[in-house]
Design a protein around this ligand. Structure first.
Ligand code: SF4
Ligand code: SF4
Length: 447
């Protein structure tokens, strides 16, 4: 496996180096080099903001395609609940699920079923009267992989606040494969599980999961890829199979606030949109937010319905999900009594990734920091982006790391040119030179 896998990639021929994405990236992962955007792999969290903002469609998401179903003998679709918000006037989820089967999947397993179990497991882990154990407060949801990656690279002190439970997608894949092995008698390797995804962060999470060694999900197909065929198929269905088996709690995970509402606890906060998420995390880190038990954070505005691979406006999708909830029971999936099943928990801890630090050697890092401060003082502080970095501070860092030269800043360059010009004119004055030239005889001519 490559050191880094990213769903979000650059289509270089479309990039005009406009710097829109550079200024928007939450981890300062993008620079302009030779007139084109360049993504620093180790910093990218696959949030999709640059896809959203690029006016030239130069940023793309890589994901699995329907043809990949051919790799397995038996295929299961794992629809994210945000898929339901893409269809107008939907009052029965079974239309969507039957449509997916007609498109070529052998089985459909709703991710919202697993979400209901994850909600129950979260309640158990947070308040365990049997063991008296509880998680460090506030507990931060681990459902949005872009947020978990953001914490991992920018908020080291918050890593142990992240809920150590597998996501509903991962839990659903485990349960769906178990059921399919029993039903078909096939070995697990012949069964493919495909998440129908609203965002690129999930694609990356399957390839390079955090908290677990290996994902049970075999691919993620964008909602935008299945939508045209699926809606066409749904329009022509002659009969509907009763497949749906989840309720308000599970489907509610698709919009911001749904996960925390399911905890039946009032001491929670739900924030969405990457800038709001960063603001909340900064406040938690500075201990300016107290007395909260749970924090739900979604990198996309509106929650998963706002993912860049969705087709509908997130607020329209949210309104549709709210309407759909009217037809649903509260919850249809429950854990057996006793502790949280171990296969729902993370296999390891979330470890801070040191990608933002200057050097592993502390004294060298301090020296670099001083140098950055000095260079920053020489810069205009306009954060104009003309140098290809998002801020003057980030540019100073790049200079100290040797990634660019100070004169790549147009203001520094102009100052240096002015200095050279005035030195030259001083020299001219000192040597008694005068404006003029050499005549055809080789003699100096004066004005
Ligand atoms: S937004 Fe970024 S990727 Fe898109 S054209 Fe501008 S610099 Fe290139
Ligand atoms: S996906 Fe997000 S983190 Fe990665 S380069 Fe784009 S904006 Fe930055």
């Amino acid at each position: 496996m490559a050191e880094f896998f990213h769903s979000v990639t650059l289509k270089e021929d479309k990039c005009v180096g406009c710097t829109n994405c550079v200024k928007r990236c939450p981890t300062e992962a993008i620079r302009i080099r030779n007139g084109k955007a360049f993504i620093a792999s180790e910093r990218c969290i696959d949030c999709g903001e640059c896809i959203r903002i690029c006016p030239h469609h130069a940023k793309r998401a890589r994901y699995t395609h329907m043809e990949d179903l051919g790799k397995f003998k038996y295929n299961i679709a794992l629809p994210a609940p945000s898929l339901y918000g893409q269809f107008n006037n939907l009052d029965d989820i079974d239309y969507v699920l039957t449509g997916l089967k007609k498109m070529g999947f052998d089985q459909v397993y709703e991710v919202s079923r697993a979400a209901e179990l994850v909600s129950e497991a979260t309640r158990k882990l947070m308040y365990n009267p049997e063991t008296g154990m509880s998680l460090p407060r506030p507990v931060i949801s681990s459902a949005c992989p872009a947020v978990v990656r953001l914490i991992r690279v920018r908020f080291p002190d918050l890593c142990d606040h992240v809920l150590p439970l597998k996501s509903p997608m991962e839990t659903a894949a485990g349960m769906a494969k178990r059921e399919a092995v029993e039903r078909t008698g096939l070995p697990e390797r012949d069964i493919g599980c495909f998440f129908i995804t609203p965002c690129p962060a999930k694609v990356t999470d399957i390839q390079m999961p955090l908290g677990i060694d290996r994902s049970k999900v075999d691919g993620a197909i964008a909602i935008s890829e299945v939508f045209p065929t699926l809606s066409h198929t749904m329009d022509r269905l002659e009969s509907i199979e009763p497949i749906a088996n989840s309720g308000i709690i599970g489907v509610g995970w698709s919009t911001s606030g749904g996960e925390s509402a399911a905890l039946l606890n009032e001491k929670y906060l739900a924030a969405d949109g990457i800038e709001n998420v960063i603001r909340v995390l900064e406040e938690v880190e500075d201990e300016r937010i107290g007395e909260l038990d749970f924090i739900e954070l979604n990198a996309c505005a509106g929650g998963c319905v706002g993912g860049v691979l969705c087709v509908e406006n997130p607020y329209v999708a949210k309104a549709r999900i709210q309407r759909l909830r009217k037809y649903l029971p509260v919850s249809q999936n429950h854990l057996a009594g006793g502790p949280v099943p171990t296969d729902m928990e993370w296999e390891g801890e979330l470890e801070f990734s040191n990608v933002m630090t200057l050097s592993a050697d502390l004294s060298e890092a301090m020296r670099m920091m001083v140098e950055i401060d000095n260079i920053e003082e020489e810069l205009p502080g306009l954060d104009c982006g003309a140098c290809g970095a998002p801020t003057c501070r980030a540019f100073a860092e790049d200079v100290v790391k040797g990634a660019c030269r100070k004169t790549d800043c147009v203001f520094v360059y102009r100052k240096q040119m002015q200095k050279v010009a005035s030195t030259l004119s001083e020299l001219e004055g000192g040597l008694g030179w005068h404006p003029g030239g050499i005549n055809n005889d080789g003699k100096e001519e004066r004005e």
